[in-house]
Design a protein around this ligand. Structure first.
Ligand code: FMN
Length: 198
């Protein structure tokens, strides 16, 4: 079964980022795609320590095995689609999302650069006022640098308190649209895999 994994970088596990991911999931599930959410925000996620052990070991994992990053890497490798979600924290992604990006990205490079290649990837952010596009860029750069395929513009929802994004009709429409785009591309790719021409 085709599967999409999402990572919520917000420490508020049922907050605005999670609500937006939920709308994306509904559209994916409507198309028969399996979804799973991994909570990253609020967990103890360390940044890369530049030990370079991943380039020595080449085992698809980070040497730091005391947090959830290796579990996240395995889940991304196994999935067909990836959603990175983070609220804007001081004009960029949260520290937990940055830690995931650094280490999952470096582990991919250390293992030939292709761990997540040709997966369908997109990003989602919740913003009160400033820094939304930059936050999306930080996540998009990870998706593009690791060889994922991004179907259209990612998702930005506006809100401060938990649930505020429900009042941002355009943001919710964006989330729905991104979910549909992702489902469309995943299904096309699935069909193409079954074709004798590929
Ligand atoms: C530490 C911190 C920093 C924040 N920095 C910004 C910011 O730079 N720009 C902004 O528009 N909102 C900022 N916010 C507001 C959040 O992005 C906003 O409340 C968002 O909806 C939270 O999403 P969540 O419910 O998924 O956590 C910040 C919030 C916190 C707690």
């Amino acid at each position: 079964m085709v599967k999409v994994i999402a990572f919520n970088g917000s420490p508020r596990k049922d907050g605005n980022t999670s609500i937006l991911i939920g709308h994306m999931f509904e559209e994916l599930e409507n198309e028969g795609i399996e979804t799973e959410l991994i909570q990253v925000g609020g967990k103890n996620v360390r940044g890369c320590t530049a030990c370079m052990e991943c380039f020595e070991n080449k085992d698809g994992h980070c040497i730091l095995d005391d947090d959830i990053v290796n579990h996240c890497i395995d889940a991304m490798v196994e999935a067909d689609g990836v959603i990175l979600g983070s609220p804007v924290y001081f004009l960029d992604v949260t520290a937990e999302m940055k830690g995931l990006i650094e280490r999952a990205g470096f582990v991919s490079m250390a293992n030939g650069g292709g761990l997540y290649r040709r997966k369908v990837g997109t990003a989602v952010t919740a913003v009160r006022r400033a820094g939304g596009v930059r936050t999306l860029d930080s996540m998009l750069h990870f998706l593009l640098a690791t060889g994922m395929i991004v179907p259209g513009f990612p998702v930005l929802g506006v809100g401060r308190e938990i649930g505020d994004v429900n009042k941002d009709e355009e943001g919710l429409a964006r989330a729905r649209d991104a979910g549909k785009n992702m489902a469309w591309l995943l299904k096309m790719m699935e069909k193409a895999k079954g074709s004798q021409h590929l």
